[in-house]
Design a protein around this ligand. Structure first.
Ligand code: XMP
Length: 326
């Protein structure tokens, strides 16, 4: 694809045939760009970086080195899944770094959303850079940048995957899906043979649960958020909503309300359910969730998650609410 082609005028990738043509084009262009050199990829496990990883594994095999940084803000079971799919099933070169303590220590006491994002983005680069320096002969850096990342790097939110790399990181970029929208990335991922579960996974922001554990992050509230989020995902999966709703998650604010449990006062945080539909994340509408399911989710979260004593539903479209709370 000509890099000057603007997505607005390009034919959208909606079928396996179109995806295959795109893959062939990108495989050829990546091979031409990279030659026999090595490429480094930060593999978050999200749809975008996973599809880029699969595309590059197809194009250049073990010349690709994937680094998965667990910043401690992943959803439940996510880092484990990255290791399972990429190391065990796809036989990728994968380096796993558990940097949980480093991130959470840096974030302690920081309440401002943009400062949190910057800390997470910067620390990610420091950790990633440390790993890169341990490796020899890397010439390229692959990124799962997609078109909305470029459109939205306009100061609304500091998306750390756009323009965030330090000058001294002397890598040429490989960005094979940068002109695609999210839904097209999924079609390409399926054509590449990635597990459906991984390709249909909802988008997950780079700063992860960090922008959903609102205000200053504490380990106990982060754990409560992670557990509540896992219950929401499990129930959406079971009840056929996972494929109908584009993005759904829990946010937990830094405030407590009074409740009662086993006849005693029980102060806890509220878990806020957000479930939105969109095609490009620029605007979003609210998906209706059946009331019986909402009651069931509320029951499970309040009984199974330590520290949560209320469940709320966010009915705000974008605009005016952004999809994430921070
Ligand atoms: P907002 O909240 O801006 O989100 O309506 C639009 C989409 O972008 C995701 N998002 C992010 N992705 N880094 C990312 O990689 C970020 O800092 C970030 N903030 C929001 C969000 O989950 C939604 O899909």
């Amino acid at each position: 694809m000509d890099s000057n082609v603007r997505p607005e005028t390009m034919a959208r990738i909606t079928t396996a045939e179109l995806a295959n043509a795109f893959i062939d084009e990108q495989v050829a262009s990546v091979r031409k760009q990279v030659g026999d050199k090595k490429v480094l990829l930060a593999l978050s496990g999200g749809v975008d970086s996973s599809v880029v990883a699969a595309l590059l594994i197809k194009a250049i095999g073990k010349q690709l080195v994937c680094v998965h940084v667990n910043h401690g803000l992943m959803r439940k079971g996510e880092s484990e899944q990255v290791i399972e799919v990429f190391r065990n099933q796809l036989d990728a070169n994968l380096i796993y770094v558990d940097a949980t303590d480093r991130f959470l220590d840096k974030l302690a006491g920081v309440a401002d959303p943009e400062t949190k994002r910057k800390i997470i983005g910067n620390e990610f680069i420091v950790v990633f850079d440390e790993e890169a320096r341990k490796l020899e002969g890397i010439s390229f850096l692959a990124q799962g940048t997609i078109y909305p990342d470029i459109l939205e790097s306009d100061g609304v939110k500091a998306h750390h995957n756009v323009g965030g790399l330090p000058e001294e990181m002397q890598f040429e970029l490989v960005e094979p899906v940068k002109l695609l929208y999210k839904d097209e990335v999924r079609v390409v991922g399926k054509a590449l043979g990635l597990p459906t579960k991984m390709v249909d996974r909802q988008p997950f922001p780079g700063p992860g649960l960090g922008v959903r554990c609102l205000g200053a992050i504490t380990r106990d509230r982060l754990n409560a958020l992670r557990e509540a989020d896992a219950i929401l995902r499990e129930e959406f999966d079971k009840n056929g909503l996972a494929l109908k709703v584009w993005q759904y998650f829990i946010a937990v604010p830094d405030m407590k309300s009074v409740g009662v449990k086993d006849g005693k006062r029980y102060e806890g945080w509220p878990a806020i359910i957000r479930a939105v539909n969109t095609t490009d994340a620029m605007t979003a509408t609210i998906e209706e969730i059946p009331y019986p399911l909402l009651h069931h989710i509320t029951d499970r979260i309040t009984h199974e998650v330590d520290g949560i004593n209320r469940v709320l539903l966010d009915l705000t479209p974008k605009p005016i609410g952004t999809i994430e709370w921070e």
